[in-house]
Each structure stands twice: as structure tokens, then as C-alpha cells.
Design a binder for this molecule. Structure first.
Ligand SMILES: [Zn+2]
Length: 315
């Protein structure tokens, strides 16, 4: 464990705004970034993902949800870059890459979980590296688009990883990513969030810290798509007891989904047609609450998820 300061402002903080699993999330008094301190070492963090088959299974059981989100985010990316080469970092089960290929992009992935990386190579026949992004990832190839979703919060050293993304983009390339923005939310809304996924999530951005991150790593914000998380969080609060009941009835006993998570619905897999229809309906409503209703309701001072489009600055 190591104590850290804000990675952008170099300020320490006593303002503890999240406490979970024995970890403390502190808010930077200057930029609003929420960071875990003290935090696990980098080796400990990599160990969480690298050989974790449970993690891989919980991703794979979300085919339908993964594809809904992928198509939603690709629709936005299309507005900025209609075609070209696309690299996804943290490809998980590979559904985004598969959907991006269908949308006409030429795709590559990076996934640290070796089981998932192998499955992307074999099942989808998409090149997928199993090592962290570096300047030599995929040789000296540069990309038109780099995309990631729910990756920023997991990065041990976001500034250096974003700088590497910058150098792996073509001059007119864009960075598109989705991440939770919690640093500007009123703390009263934090009670809606069941699970912050500590210590997996090391950082939650605010608007000011997002600006600092982009400026420090050679990017210029092009557009920000903001969604309030409140509709989705309320939907989950309402449906959690029902899902637990259904899961018990289906007799599922799958450790992969035992832990509630903000990114994976808690539904187990089942062979029952009715159960799977209910699951699909649930996943659709969950998606709809997040991206469709979440776009229309008040967003200021609420926990948000944002899709950020940034372009390389002229250097
Ligand atoms: Zn700061």
C-alpha cells in the first residue's frame, strides 16, 4: 500500500468521500479528482485482472448488454470519424470490437485478461494483444480512433497511459472514451451507488480534472456527452430484490455474478426461455435508463457517466 497525492495537482487530501472494502476515496481540494489513498501497488492491481477467469465469465454473460452499449457509443464515434482503424483498450469479451468491425472500422484490441484476449483472437478473429499499451503495441502502427470504456478509473498511471494513446494516434486521430464522472456530484447522491468497485476503481474524474488530464497528455476536448446515473441507479435499486428472487428460483449458482457491480447486471445465465426473455428485457431497460433517460433528466451535481471525444492537439 502507498499513500498518494492528487496526480494532477500534487495536493494531498483529508476529504474522504468514499469508504469501501477498507479503502478510502479522497477528493482533491483543487480539481475534484477522487483518488484511493493509500492504494494497492501496481503489481497487486495487475494480479486482480491478469489471471481472473471469474472476471472473464461475468463479462461474457453480458453479450446483449455489451452490444447495446457498443452500438450506442459507436453511433457517437461515427459522427466524428466515419471509418478508419480503431484500437480498443480493455476489450473485455470483444463485443465492442465485433460491432465496430460491422460498422466498417478496421479493429484491434488490447485486453490484459489472457482468457478474454485469446477468445477475441479465436472467436472473433480480431487481433488482440495481451500486454499493456506501449509505443510498440502492434508494431509502429498508428490508429485513427482509440476507444475505451470503464478503463480510465482502473489505470494506475493515467497520465502516462493517455500520453501513450496520444502517440499511437494519427495526427487527425480521435480519442473516444466513457468513464464515470463523480467528482462534481453532491455527496447525498452517493447513497444511490451500491458499489464503487474499490479498489478496482482507483480514480473518479471531475470536469476540472478531466480538463487537466487532456491538457497534460496532448488532447483537446471536442465534445462531451453527459448522462445522469440516477435513473439507472434507481432502476437497479427497484429491481435488485426481484432479480435476487429470480436468480434463486432459476437455481443458478454462479460465483461470477455474486458481487453487485455497476457495470454488470446481476442476472445469472439460465436455460429457461422465459428467464432469458426477462433478462433481456431487464438489460434493455437498464441500458435505456442509463443512456436514454439519463440524457434527458437533470445532470448537474449528479453522478454521471460521460462519453468524451478528444482530438490530438497540434504540436
Ligand atoms: Zn487535483
Amino acid at each position: 500500500m502507498e499513500a498518494i497525492k492528487c496526480i494532477f495537482c500534487n495536493k494531498s487530501s483529508d476529504d474522504v468521500v468514499i469508504e469501501e472494502n477498507g479503502f478510502k476515496g479522497r477528493k482533491c481540494p483543487e480539481c475534484g479528482l477522487i483518488f484511493i489513498s493509500p492504494r494497492p501497488t501496481q503489481a497487486e492491481i495487475i494480479g486482480i485482472y491478469a489471471r481472473n477467469i471469474t472476471y472473464a465469465r461475468s463479462h461474457r454473460s453480458n453479450d446483449y448488454a455489451g452490444r447495446l452499449t457498443a452500438r450506442n457509443n459507436l453511433e457517437i464515434i461515427k459522427r466524428f470519424k466515419e471509418n478508419g482503424s480503431l484500437l480498443e483498450i480493455g476489450s473485455g469479451s470483444g463485443y465492442f470490437l465485433d460491432e465496430a468491425r460491422k460498422a466498417g472500422y478496421s479493429v484491434c484490441g488490447i485486453e490484459l485478461n489472457e482468457y478474454e484476449a485469446e477468445s477475441i483472437n479465436k472467436t472473433f478473429n480480431i487481433p488482440c494483444d495481451n500486454t499493456p499499451l506501449s509505443n510498440s503495441s502492434f508494431g509502429d502502427k498508428k490508429f485513427d480512433i482509440i476507444y475505451h470504456r470503464d478503463v480510465f478509473s482502473h489505470l494506475y498511471d493515467p497520465i502516462s497511459v493517455f500520453a501513450t494513446m496520444n502517440s499511437k494516434l494519427n495526427d487527425d486521430g480521435i480519442l473516444a472514451f466513457e468513464t464515470g464522472i463523480l467528482g462534481d456530484a453532491d455527496l447525498k447522491y452517493f447513497s444511490y451507488i451500491n458499489y464503487f468497485e474499490y479498489p478496482g476503481h482507483l480514480f473518479f474524474l471531475s470536469r476540472a480534472s478531466l480538463k487537466k488530464l487532456l491538457a497534460r497528455t496532448g488532447f483537446e476536448l471536442q465534445e462531451l456527452f453527459v448522462y445522469s446515473l440516477i435513473p439507472k441507479l434507481l432502476f437497479r435499486k427497484l429491481t435488485d430484490p426481484i432479480i435476487n428472487k429470480l436468480n434463486r428460483r432459476a437455481g443458478a449458482n454462479n460465483e461470477a455474478t455474486e458481487q453487485p457491480s455497476s457495470s454488470n447486471a446481476a442476472f445469472h445465465d439460465s436455460n429457461s426461455g422465459l428467464f432469458n426473455l426477462l433478462k433481456k428485457t431487464y438489460l434493455f431497460l437498464d441500458f435505456f435508463a442509463c443512456y436514454k433517460i439519463g440524457m434527458m433528466v437533470p445532470k448537474d451535481r449528479r453522478p454521471q457517466t460521460c462519453i468524451i471525444i478528444a482530438r490530438k492537439c497540434d504540436s
